[in-house]
Design a protein around this ligand. Structure first.
Ligand code: KG4
Ligand code: ZN
Length: 357
């Protein structure tokens, strides 16, 4: 099937957002999202079982709200797209089961698509066709990746990823250590404004020569990230103050932690772009809301001659419109639908943009 401006319904349930979006080609008609974030607050992080149950409760109301707001019926939809991975297994299964049921009942083609590539695909809803020589930097509670996007429908490569915690996860854990609550990102972002980012020099993970190598001989973790050492360093620092009976300088620690995270992310993203000839960079994921990340990334991209594209934050966080947007791109170039015979893949690699039946 190849339709130039397909009407596509997108379903997202890989983490704690139940998303249903509807797009027509590159035009977004609706982006309905129900988040279970509130239910995870007292645990300080996303609890997979709670997220799965919330998807189960929220899916039908979110779907109905999306169809009503867009003024379309299931009958008019050209195709259905659903996130099949990567993500939390149980959470993915709810969206996939719902999508299969809808596809079976309506006879519409179904695409099982990659969550990470959907974060890139959302770019078409904000400015149309994606530029050539495109890289993507994805930073959220679940991922920290640098991608090379040669073709949104055919060729996406992973240049670097975290080897332990995701950036947002590090924010959440450090916020907990500092007594700032969950989600930690916005709290640290706020408190850091009152602190000195140079107060404490926290470690910059995987930036030593033995990890990054040289331009001639690249190290194994050149474009990868690690935040667990940083988290431990913050914990030790807090302990030192407590042991001495001194007040913990929360704002200075928050600012210094944030500087370490943002310094590493931005310098690695820019280096990856330069080494791979990428002159455009698209930012995605919930951490894209971070004020210091936006500021430093914009500055470093500008001095490296890289054009930075940051979609509105509602499109950066997990949502159904991004899944629909990528689905519509696949339909438009005639990629075959996946059909009903596929399973969720919590570790789906970026090279699998959509699953083949
Ligand atoms: O993309 P997202 O909404 O969903 C998941 O990863 O599930 O990202 C959520 C993450 C959380 O870890 C949150 O702490 C982080 O994004 N975050 C931020 C900011 N706003 C949200 N991190 C740093 N600064 C922010 N302003
Ligand atoms: Zn995501």
């Amino acid at each position: 099937m190849s339709v130039s401006n397909p009407l596509v319904l997108g379903i997202e349930s890989s983490c704690d957002e139940t998303g249903v979006g509807i797009v027509r080609g590159t035009e977004m008609l609706v982006n309905a999202v129900a988040s279970s974030m509130e239910e995870h607050v007292r645990f300080g992080g996303v609890i997979p079982e709670i997220a799965s149950r919330a998807h189960l409760n929220e899916f039908v109301p979110t779907l109905e709200a999306a169809l009503t707001a867009a003024g379309v019926t299931l009958d008019e939809i050209d195709a259905i797209a659903v996130t099949s991975g990567p993500g939390l297994s149980g959470a993915l299964m709810v969206g996939v089961a719902a999508a299969k049921a809808l596809a079976l009942a309506s006879g519409k083609p179904l695409y099982a698509i990659n969550h990470l590539v959907a974060h890139v695909g959302v770019g078409v809803l904000d400015g149309g066709k994606l530029p050539e020589n495109l890289g993507a930097l994805l930073v959220s509670g679940g991922h920290t990746e640098i991608l090379q996007v040669n073709s949104l429908s055919e060729d996406v490569r992973l240049l670097g990823a975290t080897i332990d915690d995701a950036a947002g996860e590090a924010y959440d854990k450090v916020a907990r250590l500092l007594g700032l609550g969950y989600p930690g990102g916005p709290a640290i972002d706020r408190v850091a404004k009152e602190g000195d980012p140079k107060a404490i020099r926290f470690p910059r993970g995987l930036t030593l020569p033995k990890f990054v190598g040289t331009a001639e001989e690249p190290g194994k973790h050149r474009h990868d990230f690690s935040f667990s050492g940083l988290k431990t360093a913050v914990a030790r620092c807090v302990e030192q103050y407590q042991k001495r009976g001194e007040e913990v300088p929360v704002a200075d620690i928050a600012a210094s932690f944030q500087e370490a995270v943002v310094d590493v992310i931005t310098s690695k993203a820019v280096r990856a772009c330069q080494e791979h000839g990428l002159t455009n960079l698209l930012l995605g994921g919930g951490v894209a809301a971070n004020s210091r990340l936006r500021e430093l990334l914009a500055a470093r991209c500008a001095s490296a001659g890289i054009t930075l594209r940051v979609p509105p934050i509602s499109l950066c966080t997990d949502n159904g419109a991004m899944v629909a947007a990528l689905g519509a791109q696949l339909v438009a170039v005639g990629v075959k639908p996946t059909g009903l015979k596929f399973s969720t893949d919590s570790g789906q690699p970026v090279s699998l943009i959509s699953l083949v039946a």
